[in-house]
Design a protein around this ligand. Structure first.
Ligand code: RB5
Length: 146
């Protein structure tokens, strides 16, 4: 799979570690930055990465900031994006099964690297269940067309 990844300064160290991990799983990485610990504004990195997922250039996005909150707020402004801030494996499973999330948001100041890797494993492995959840996801997208 092709994974778009981005972080701000708070997520930079975790992003580096997760890029190596995701590559070791034989997935391709599209790295939208940031590329150092220098302070930056998370919308500048979240938005283009999320757009690449919405445009189907990438299969999934992984966005990392201090809490994951800013990244999820930004990503969900892109039409076609369903970004979920996940704090454990069960959140990741349900975000895929029920919400068909296509962007995973992580908080580098809240989630340890080993747990972040487990969350990613689940997020990339789980599928959308469809059925009643499909109706709900369609309703979300109808809202953005108003
Ligand atoms: C940066 O200090 C921090 O505000 C940012 O990484 C993120 O947590 C915002 O939601």
């Amino acid at each position: 799979m092709k994974i778009a990844i981005a972080s701000d300064h708070a997520g930079f160290e975790l992003k580096k570690e997760l890029i190596n991990y995701i590559k070791s799983l034989n997935h391709q990485i599209l790295d939208f930055g940031t590329y150092s610990n220098e302070s930056v504004d998370y919308p500048d990195f979240a938005f283009p990465a999320a757009e690449s997922v919405a445009a189907l250039v990438a299969d999934y996005g992984i966005l990392i900031c201090g809490t994951g909150i800013g990244m999820s707020i930004v990503a969900n402004k892109v039409q076609g994006i369903r970004a979920a801030l996940c704090v454990d494996e069960d959140y990741a499973k349900l975000a895929r099964n029920h919400n068909n999330a296509n962007v995973l948001c992580l908080g580098a100041r809240k989630t340890a690297p080993e747990l972040a890797k487990k969350i990613i494993d689940v997020f990339l492995e789980e599928d959308f269940e469809g059925d009643r959840h499909m109706i709900r996801v369609e309703k979300i997208h109808n809202l953005t067309r108003l």
